[in-house]
Design a protein around this ligand. Structure first.
Ligand SMILES: Cc1cc2nc3c(=O)[nH]c(=O)nc-3n(C[C@H](O)[C@H](O)[C@H](O)COP(=O)(O)O)c2cc1C
Length: 160
């Protein structure tokens, strides 16, 4: 199964996990970055309200063509109980995504909040069906069993 992991990471946790999953699954990775970067403070002052309002940042790369892949993985930190505006930008930038399946994972301090429902809604609107959702709190980031379950879900058969 050809798999692309599309992720945003502000402080590195999501990147570390994306790289682990990518290695285990032989997946390609795309790291998305905001065109206007967030600093430590602006992530809270500007990023969190934008996340809560489900806003969409301009990102690099501005187009993410997934037509060559069978499975997409979307990964984000949780900001204010929501996916980041940067990963919202990534979902908006997907091309050739219709009919594909996606596995989601988020990293958070403690609680994913509304992250999955927001991402699921945005992906469904792009014609993508979500087939797995995994949340990693700070304590769970190194949990081998949980990471193994994520890897299995990413490796799973594409529908149809
Ligand atoms: C601006 C900001 C807002 C955050 N909001 C939440 C939150 O609402 N709930 C939560 O459990 N963790 C929250 N966190 C913690 C991050 O989701 C967590 O540390 C995550 O693993 C960071 O991923 P990263 O290192 O890939 O950026 C927040 C962190 C930042 C910087």
């Amino acid at each position: 199964m050809r798999t692309l992991i599309v992720y945003h990471s502000h402080s590195g946790h999501t990147r570390t996990l994306a790289e682990k999953v990518g290695e285990a699954c032989g997946a390609n990775l795309v790291e998305v970055k905001p065109r206007t970067p967030y600093g430590r403070l602006s992530a809270y002052l500007r990023g969190t309200p934008r996340a809560r309002h489900r806003e969409v940042d301009e990102i690099e790369p501005d187009v993410i063509d997934v037509s060559a892949y069978d499975r997409i993985v979307i990964a984000t930190p949780v900001w204010g109980g929501h996916p980041t505006p940067v990963i919202n930008g990534a979902v908006a930038a997907l091309q050739g995504a219709g009919g594909k399946s996606a596995v989601l994972f988020v990293t958070c301090g403690a609680n994913p909040g509304e992250s999955f429902s927001v991402l699921r809604e945005a992906l469904t609107a792009r014609g993508v069906s979500v087939v797995g959702e995994f949340s990693f709190s700070r304590k769970e980031l190194g949990d081998a069993v949980r990471i193994g379950a994520l890897v299995e879900a990413v490796r799973g058969q594409a529908p149809g």
